[in-house]
Design a protein around this ligand. Structure first.
Ligand SMILES: N[C@@H](CCC(=O)N[C@@H](CS)C(=O)NCC(=O)O)C(=O)O
Length: 83
């Protein structure tokens, strides 16, 4: 949310002593959990994906062009290690 310059409220939770309001919104008692359009969303991957879909700019994902360069670099490194 910082990277996307979005305003937000943050609540810190003592995971050793989870308050009832937190268990109401996160029944498994896990963090992070974020609220989008009145709906609570758990799991950092789902939260990141939701942020990306709702607020695409600035993007958090690696641009496809750079991602493919990275794949080539990693592939070359792996081949060097194998050979
Ligand atoms: N796959 C979940 C993992 C969530 C998770 O395990 N969070 C830990 C903290 S990193 C937690 O809430 N632990 C408290 C507990 O399990 O009681 C995610 O990426 O959000």
């Amino acid at each position: 949310m910082e990277e996307k310059h979005l305003p937000y409220d943050m609540r810190l939770v003592d995971l050793a002593n989870k308050p009832e309001w937190f268990l109401q919104i996160s029944p498994e008692g896990k963090v992070p959990v974020a609220k989008f359009d009145e709906k609570w969303v758990p799991d950092s991957d789902v939260i990141a994906q939701t942020l990306e879909e709702k607020y695409p700019d600035p993007p958090l994902v690696t641009p496809p062009k750079k991602a493919s360069v990275y794949v080539f670099v990693i592939t070359d490194l792996c081949l060097d290690v194998i050979n």
